[in-house]
Write a protein that binds this ligand. Structure first.
Ligand code: RM4
Ligand code: MN
Ligand code: MN
Length: 432
């Protein structure tokens, strides 16, 4: 990898950091003194945080939209090459997002080895590949209007299986080892399909995809309660997901997308349950107020994000076989610059992780064992209240990222430059 292929000048980042370094050092030292009073070595925490990374979705690089509107911004990416370049900016400034999760057929190209090299030259690798059988593509032989893996039509099911296998083949060329499967299959009317038989059809088709997994590959099942199937979804919740994953086999795990549940569901408990049975395979981070709003991670409920990470640290400390979750951002950016949103989200995710590391585990366990509810709660609360931003700023600076990512990004005028170079995106609505 040559530095010159990276989109933001390293001099600009260094100059930006130089102006802020003294105050970061001062805050880091003060926090270090505070943490040392409870026996925590801030450098140990910092080194652990420095190792944590989260993937970004290729589709998140563009402006999203709702069913009603999409408002593109000048300089938005229009193909996978431009999306990779934007993801490289996110990684350069955050130093926390070195992998991109592609979605097919959206990111289809002729030469995947070349795409892998192109990503590597931008400092990026590939994460889980995502299949898309929730939309019809131009020229497609069979419509997914009756469902895909669970369709009542055998030829449609075969087409969906084939697409998933093609995604695995592409993923092998890109260096991925996970296939994430989210299907929009389900119904909008009571009685529309038989609830038992549609699951049977899904399981039969998914077994064919599973059988095509190469040695070390995993299949990650993503559940979603609603949309587009507003009455019943085939893989609607973590219960359906774990039952399917258990019946498919060891290489099949569950993926939790934070926005895909009914309101107020205890997602941290789902995390703990899936881990207990060795089925926690991955995460899609985002936030929501009402439903699957795909808002920025931590923008609505940062405490929930912290509680999820608290369970992930517990899982790390008490690993079950094969515990290696794929962490990914999955958001839709309707009113912000996606690069800025994903940098801010990476920061929110790492903040939740850092706070979860700070939980006094011994104190928490002792309080739990003694049924001291208030002290157990305070063990979580005091970690949550800690301002960990000096740790994150220091990690970024030491890894070559920017102390203030958004300020550095704006100074670089990257989007303005791209708005001159890239062709404008069309209007329209939709999820990507
Ligand atoms: C879905 C789900 C999937 C993603 C699509 C674009 O709601 O979250 O992960 O593939 O959106
Ligand atoms: Mn998702
Ligand atoms: Mn979603």
């Amino acid at each position: 990898m040559t530095i010159s292929t990276l989109p933001i000048s390293t001099e600009l980042i260094a100059e930006h950091n130089a102006a802020l370094m003294a105050s970061v050092d001062e805050d880091y030292d003060a926090l270090g003194r505070k943490l040392s009073r409870t026996g925590v070595d801030i450098d140990v925490v910092k080194n652990k945080v420095a190792e944590f990374t989260v993937a970004v979705p290729s589709w998140g690089a563009g402006r999203g939209g709702t069913r009603f509107a999409k408002f593109p911004i000048p300089g938005e990416p229009t193909n996978i090459h431009e999306k990779l370049e934007d993801c490289a900016v996110i990684n350069q400034l955050s130093q926390a997002t070195p992998r991109v999760s592609p979605h097919f057929p959206w990111d289809k190209v002729d030469d995947y080895s070349a795409l892998r090299e192109e990503a590597a030259s931008l400092g990026l690798g590939f994460d889980a590949v995502n299949s898309n059988t929730f939309q019809d593509q131009l020229g497609q032989a069979h419509s997914y209007s009756t469902g895909s893996l669970s369709s009542t039509d055998a030829a449609t099911r075969a087409q969906a299986v084939e697409h998933n296998i093609e995604c695995i083949e592409i993923g092998q060329k890109l260096g991925s080892t996970d296939l994430t499967v989210w299907v929009g299959d389900g119904t909008n009317f009571p009685g529309q399909q038989d609830l038992g038989r549609s699951l049977d059809r899904y399981l039969d088709s998914a077994a064919e995809v599973y059988a095509a997994l190469p040695g070390t590959w995993r299949m990650l099942l993503e559940h979603k309660m609603f949309e587009p199937a507003f009455y019943s979804s085939v893989i609607s919740d973590w219960g359906s997901s774990i039952l399917a994953a258990q019946s498919l086999g060891d290489k099949c795990k569950c993926l939790v997308d934070l926005g895909h549940h009914a309101p107020n569901v205890n997602i941290e408990q789902i995390v703990a349950r899936l881990h207990r049975f060795g089925k926690l395979g991955g995460f899609h981070f985002n936030d929501s107020k009402y439903g699957d709003d795909d808002l920025d991670s931590g923008s609505i409920n940062p405490h929930q994000l912290f509680l999820v990470f608290n369970e992930l640290i517990e899982a790390e400390l008490h690993p079950r076989e094969g515990f290696n979750p794929a962490y990914m951002i999955d958001q839709s950016h309707n009113v912000t610059d996606p690069i800025e949103s994903m940098m801010a989200s990476a920061d929110a995710i790492l903040t939740a992780y850092t706070k979860a590391i700070l939980v006094d585990r011994q104190g928490l366990t002792a309080a739990q064992e003694a049924n001291d509810t208030m002290l157990a709660f305070q063990a979580l609360r005091s970690a949550y209240k800690t301002d960990t931003s000096p740790i994150l700023a220091k990690v970024r600076q030491e890894k070559g990222g920017a102390i203030d990512m958004i300020q550095a990004y704006r100074t670089s005028k990257y989007r303005e430059r791209k708005s001159q170079a890239r062709k404008p995106v069309g209007l329209g609505s939709g999820i990507v």
